[in-house]
Ligand binder design. Sequence first.
Ligand code: ZN
Ligand code: ZN
Length: 189
Amino acid sequence: MDYIGQLFGTYILAQGDDYFYLIDQHAAMERIMYEKIINEFKKDYKLTYELLIPVNLEFSISEASLINEKLKEIADLGVKIEYFGGGSFILREVPTWVIRGAEKEYVEEMIVNIINNKKLEKYEFLDSLAKKLACKKSIKANEYISSLEVSYLLNDLAKCKQPYTCPHGRPVIVSYSKYEIEKWFKRVM
Ligand code: ZN
Ligand code: ZN
């Protein structure tokens, strides 16, 4: 696919093999992130690494008491936290699938999901977590994307198992054949 440009700050325009493509940049990146996270989960979601500098996490007092009740569930997902009194916890270890530099954000999202979720099967829980994280970490609509980023994105998208929809089921790509376009202009019958 060759990149043509960005439309309304939201869609990537591309062409290839006599087709014209419109790609929703958020949906595309969400699909890529989602599959990456799921693949890591499948390898070993419990594999962890220790943070060189522990991170402070702040919650409300009522959240903190829910968290203290679910420390085992949280630890089972590879997150090692210690209660520090009030609404504070110290984060010491995170799962290896967590993107470096985004530990705090990822772990806060995980913990909020754990304390708000009723009993979910572990796979369902990880799957819904992966969708939320993928959405949060993906480029938004009305955001500029450089042509270099586009080329990475198109490359990664081509490697996805299900490149045509985002993890929530929205379409990623709409395509028109050269023939269809020529019909619009009555160049062909
Ligand atoms: Zn989204
Ligand atoms: Zn989506």
